[in-house]
Write a protein that binds this ligand. Structure first.
Ligand code: ZN
Length: 275
């Protein structure tokens, strides 16, 4: 019996602890299969969550409450019991997102991987609603209700065991925005990226243009259906701009931040007007 309607199945983990009343959620990206894959997997495979659950079922020294891949969510430990997931395990629900801590933001937001973020965000939203956990990032305090990453828990505990997941490229902002139902955060950089893509002739017809258009629509806060596409659209816009310019996505962001702002004015309704 699963606690979350988001979970497709329950596979009991071998390792778990005493009773808890969860007030926090810890996000991970360290599916065991990724530890043995060579070369490292480049996308999230269907079945990864079940493989992770199988690993937890046969390895009593590690567990998490949920494993998530692009296809489904598998629960492994009841929410009202501790799981062995972050070295602290205090009143926290652990979610293993089947991805790699080494991935860049670009990889996380790529069309093949993005669905795992949506699925994880929907699970976070469900847990938060049922448990009264605020969907706020609290990397600063182990006892604060909210959302943390495994790497942040490791740092707060002062451990040197090397857990860096879900990784520096993990788009926590996108995940939390999806979970909270907020409009996607629109930063200055985002606006400049729209300007950059438009200035560089990114086609506004075709799939990229369609998604870019829905991104712009979403960030204009008349979102609706378009909102859910926002992060994928951002990734496509970044990739399109990088492809057009021959730069990496990070270089695009920097170039846009440094140079494009001086070339255009972005009006209140996000029309890009040359200065
Ligand atoms: Zn972890």
């Amino acid at each position: 019996m699963t606690d979350s309607p988001q979970a497709a199945d329950y596979v009991q983990a071998a390792g778990y602890g005493s009773a808890q009343t969860p007030v926090a959620i810890t996000l991970h990206a360290t599916c065991p299969e990724s530890l043995v894959a060579a070369p490292p997997i480049q996308t999230v495979q269907p079945g990864s969550a079940r493989n992770t659950a199988s690993y937890f079922a046969t390895h009593a020294n590690a567990s998490a409450h949920y494993a998530v891949d692009v296809a489904e969510v598998i629960q492994c430990v009841p929410e009202n019991l501790q799981a062995w997931h972050d070295g602290d395990n205090w009143q926290s629900i652990g979610i293993e997102i089947c991805g790699q801590a080494s991935w860049t933001r670009e990889q996380w937001l790529s069309p093949d991987v993005y669905p795992v973020l949506e699925r994880a965000a929907a699970l976070v939203a469900d847990i938060a609603a049922r448990r009264g956990i605020p969907i706020v990032h609290r990397p600063d305090d182990l006892r604060a209700p909210g959302i943390r990453t495994h790497a942040e828990v490791t740092a707060l505990l002062g451990l040197t065991e090397g857990h860096t997941d879900p990784g520096q490229g993990f788009p926590l902002d996108v995940c939390l925005a999806l979970a909270s139902g907020d409009d996607m955060p629109l930063t200055d950089t985002d606006v400049k990226q729209i300007a950059f893509a438009v200035l560089n002739g990114t086609p506004l017809d075709g799939p990229e243009g369609g998604i870019l258009a829905s991104w712009i629509k979403a960030t204009r806060k008349d979102a609706g259906q378009a909102k859910i596409d926002a992060a994928a659209a951002r990734a496509l816009a970044e990739q399109a701009a990088a492809k057009a310019s021959g730069l990496t996505v990070d270089q695009v962001r920097q170039a846009v931040a440094d140079a494009i702002a001086a070339q255009v004015t972005v009006t209140g309704d996000l029309k890009v007007v040359p200065r």
